[in-house]
Design a protein around this ligand. Structure first.
Ligand code: FUB
Ligand code: ZN
Length: 651
């Protein structure tokens, strides 16, 4: 089918379509076209390649039965080990491996992965079905329980298959995923049999498959899954003993949703898939819904770390403005999901506010999930701890390790985008790429001091002299912590970058958070960007009672915390009164080289005889939030009190 026909099929298939102009404004540059040269992110990508992937393999293949389940499923006999969604961890590990192999080729790793793939493919049934839990516990029950994650696992299989094919050119896993997708299509969409996915993921995966194959049935199937929601067809999701369709975003149809509800990872994957569908079908109802939901998340439910999910009971969202710090759930996967969704929203709108949120979740809420050693993980990422919370080697439900691995190893996905008008620089991360705009090929080289200093240099080299816009995101954190009024800078200063082209100040215009540099670019043009970095004191909206009379510190894109190991009186004893001077100090020998924030402030101390409590002035050190708990167990706090608000001698 040629492109015009495909468009007509889409137009006839989907109701609300604006065929005149595409809703999608930008085309993200794939990580495989981006070489990371950044000291900060390059080190993280290397850690994932050298340690995180090994950890995932060790737990997937040796220390748990995940790979054995596929071997048994291929034999159609044996006891299933683990939980019904464990297949997804194998697929996510393969996806992370695929991304990592691109920058860190490793023949032994590839061979081992090929062997996994042989086992996975051997387990697939002739009708395309593939799920080791049901193959081993009773195929008569397959597709009988919407919450059993069969389609969720299928989605991760599809994502892994595409990733592995893109890196290696090997299509065995991809074809396994396609057969499973076809099976699902024949079981559900073509029979019009109700199925509300209990854990969204299949939608976004099918959209990747649609783009990979250009087969419109995957687009239709993705949209079909979206349209299943909100008509009472779901299983009546139960948590806390109550029927709660809000847990699975199943109360009203996606297009009519306006508020965020329920399980945070489910929600992020749902809206990522909805944005992917909308980008192709131009369904403005989905955009209207997501604009409103996004504001609800960012204006009322998001932690300053970009983490989401305030409660463990539903692994998700609670009451607006209720953001407890020590019990914050903030699952690593939810922050990964924030990165996915916000990128899609940026692609649809060309608005940098989504990248502001993406960057916050990436550098803080998500990165906190990975230890410096690469083989320890946080599942939840609280903003305060009494010292008894620490990273683990693995989890019974092990969604987070491979999720952070696949995000970090594909970090190049989030840096650049292109459009007909020009080139978009979203994240200021040292890298090199070549982008097409207006028919021209333009090479870009970026060097960046972030997150430690605000000096960024870009070398722009079009193949020939070319007029286009270079749109560089002006980080939102120069002006305000986040869009909306959930958090504000105490000083309310809006700082501006200084941008020079070939050493001359350039009078750029601003549009939707981007500095727009329009000129006739020639090979080797140099753009320098100076981002004025200052320590910022952040206040919460007064509606957040948990942060009343408290301040969080931020420097550049990083949120800071105090950890007991640096502050002998303990993280929970430190006050940050108004007027305290806080200075950044780069400490090259600490935690791989970080900016610490140092200040003198009162700390609550107890006299030696235990009979007096007083404050004494101490030298305090704060570290980036993502780097805490890398030096053993320690207490930690992000929101520092400005005054003594409570003394308790109860434990
Ligand atoms: O259900 C699969 C994964 O397990 C979810 O994404 C996580 O939140 C955890 O519940
Ligand atoms: Zn997780």
């Amino acid at each position: 089918m040629n492109k015009t026909w495909i468009l007509w099929v889409i137009i006839l298939t989907f109701g609300k379509i604006n065929a005149q102009s595409s809703l999608q404004k930008l085309y993200p540059v794939q990580f495989s076209d981006v070489t990371i040269t950044d000291p900060f992110w390059g080190a993280k990508v290397k850690t994932v390649a050298s340690a995180t992937i090994d950890a995932c393999i060790s737990y997937t293949q040796d220390k748990t039965g995940r790979i054995r389940n596929f071997e048994k499923a291929a034999r159609r006999s044996g006891k299933h080990e683990g939980i019904f969604y464990d297949d997804s961890d194998v697929y996510k590990a393969i996806e992370a491996i695929a991304y990592s192999l691109k920058s860190h080729p490793d023949p032994a790793l590839e061979k081992n992965t090929d062997e996994w793939i042989d086992k996975i493919a051997a387990a697939q049934l002739p009708d395309g079905y593939l799920n080791t839990y049901y193959i081993l516990t009773g195929l008569d029950k397959r597709w009988s329980d919407m919450d059993k994650h069969e389609d969720y696992c299928a989605g991760h299989l599809i994502e892994a298959g595409i990733a592995y094919y893109n890196t290696t050119g090997k299509d065995k896993l991809l074809n396994t995923g396609i057969r499973f997708a076809d099976h699902i299509d024949s079981m559900f969409r073509r029979q019009n049999r109700p199925w509300v996915s209990g854990h969204q993921e299949i939608e976004l995966a099918l959209m990747k498959l649609y783009h990979h194959t250009q087969s419109s049935k995957y687009l239709q199937l993705a949209n079909w899954f979206l349209e299943q929601r909100g008509h009472g067809k779901g299983a009546g999701w139960i948590w806390d003993g109550l029927k709660r369709p809000d847990y699975c975003q199943d109360v009203v149809p996606v297009k009519d949703q306006r508020k965020i509800t329920g399980h945070a990872v489910r929600a992020m994957y749902l809206y990522t898939g909805a944005a992917d569908v909308a980008a192709v079908t131009n369904n403005t109802d989905y955009i209207t819904a997501m604009d409103s939901i996004w504001e609800d998340v960012v204006f009322r439910h998001m932690y300053i770390t970009g983490g989401i999910g305030s409660q463990g009971s539903n692994e998700g969202f609670g009451t607006p403005y209720v953001l407890p710090n020590a019990s914050a759930y903030c699952e690593t996967c939810a922050s990964v999901g924030m990165v996915f969704w916000n990128q899609r929203m940026n692609v649809l709108s060309g608005d940098a506010k989504y990248i502001d949120v993406l960057e916050r979740s990436l550098y803080n809420g998500a990165l906190d999930g990975l230890s410096f050693s690469g083989d320890r993980f946080f599942y939840g990422n609280p903003l305060a701890s009494k010292g008894n919370y620490n990273r683990k080697e693995w989890f019974g439900t092990a969604c987070c390790p491979s999720n952070i691995a696949r995000l970090v190893s594909s970090i190049g996905n989030y840096i650049y985008a292109g459009s007909d008008e020009g080139i978009w620089v979203n994240l200021l991360i040292g890298s090199e790429t070549t982008i097409s705009t207006g028919g021209a090929r333009v090479n870009l080289e970026m060097e960046s001091g972030l997150p430690w200093n605000g000096n960024v240099q870009l070398t722009v080299s079009p193949a020939k002299k070319q007029n286009f816009e270079l749109r560089i995101r002006i980080p939102g954190w120069l002006s305000k912590p986040v869009p909306g009024d959930l958090y504000t800078y105490e000083d309310e200063q809006e700082l501006s970058p200084v941008i020079r082209v070939n050493d001359k100040a350039f009078a750029f215009t601003s549009d939707k958070g981007y500095a727009v540099l329009k000129r006739n670019w020639k090979k080797g043009d140099k753009v320098s960007i100076e981002l004025p970095m200052q320590v910022r004191r952040i206040r919460s909206n007064p509606a957040v009672k948990q942060n009343e009379n408290r301040i969080a510190l931020q420097y550049g894109p990083l949120v800071y915390c105090v950890e007991g190991i640096d502050n002998p009186t303990g993280a929970g004893t430190i006050l940050l009164p108004p007027g305290t001077t806080v200075k950044p100090v780069f400490e090259s020998a600490l935690l791989g080289g970080i900016n610490t924030l140092v200040f003198e402030a009162p700390a609550i101390t107890i006299s030696e005889d235990g009979r007096q409590v007083s404050t004494t002035t101490r030298k305090i050190k704060a570290i980036p939030y993502y780097s805490w708990n890398n030096r053993g167990d320690s207490d930690m706090q992000v929101w520092l009190p400005t005054l003594v608000n409570k003394i308790s001698i109860n434990e």
